[in-house]
Design a protein around this ligand. Sequence first.
Ligand SMILES: Cc1ncc(COP(=O)(O)O)c(C=O)c1O
Length: 383
Amino acid sequence: MSAAAVVTASNLWSAHKADLAALGERARARSLAPRRGIDFSSNDYLAMSSSPRLAMAVQDAIARGVPLGSGGSRLLRGNDPEHEALEEEAAAFFGSEAALFFSAGYAANVALLSTLPQRGDLIVYDELVHASMHEGLRLTRASAVAAAHNDAQSFEDTVREWRSRGGTGRVWLAFESLYSMDGDCAPVADLVAVAERHDAIVLIDEAHATGVFGRDGRGLADGLDGRADIIVLRTCGKTLGCEGALVCGPRVVRDFLINRGRPFIFSTAPSPLVAAAVREAIRMLKDEPARRDRLHALIRHAETALAPLDVRPTGSQILPLVLGDDARTMVVAERLQRAGFDVRGIRPPTVPQGTSRLRISLTLNATPADVDALAHALEECLA
Ligand SMILES: Cc1ncc(COP(=O)(O)O)c(C=O)c1O
């Protein structure tokens, strides 16, 4: 290669390099780190990802001839009996009319929000919803307006204002039932009541509540499935210990996503082996309630142990400690990591400006004694 060509090649990436350098200067640069230390950061809340039972389910599926790869889109040759069996079992377990399996919750949220609401509709979404919902909102033909976090009145006011300005389409309400960076729960019943007053359709992202709350781990939307106005997203990469996501809702929603949902149509179907594992994970929710009991005991233990350090109890397995400053957050997280605790710092844009935080996630990969040790180390790091 000539010298001129080398110079040109290095210029090719100058804007990207400058952007990365600027992120570094603002303590915002991200990099991949190996998994190490006691788990206080994963979403493997019931420690199912490493359970012998799920490993055995995959082994059994291999023995039955279930393939690793699906070989194509579900609409072509990628549709495997494992996908359909999973969808039927998930719908039966959660009580929805139908379910559709996606390769990721991200793709499912993009599909839901970009596909279902139509031009002339209004989507009112909680201001703290996950990036994947925002991605879907960027693609929607409907109008989208943020409501104040967990504030049913703000949802109500937003709908009324839109109607008073002449909005005539369908209203959609979109929110998470348990917020991944704050650990707080949505006022689901109040939000559903808002929806009922306005004939709205509700999209509930149960990514972090599935498996942890509700009867047999059916989540915080437990009891709402089966209604014509409710769609629930349940991810399979968190408590269920696998990957992918299930959209649970009316059959027309499943049919519509199969016909119009581009992230579903134009993507290779998820691994049939993973579908087999998710089937087993759903059975585990029902068969192994002791896991949930242990997690809830750990939550109560952690709330007490961490309270003196200003870690606000949330009633959930996600305990944030907001430190505010990006750099300080990362320094404290790094110290904890060096002390053997896998606690991660979370910075904007994942969380709002000025609210950088340690996200302490409680899973059965940690014991009450681990929590006590973390509290001790955190006290030293914050001193
Ligand atoms: C609330 C929420 N929704 C959706 C997703 C995306 O799910 P997945 O990781 O399966 O793509 C996440 C992932 O972190 C999430 O926290």
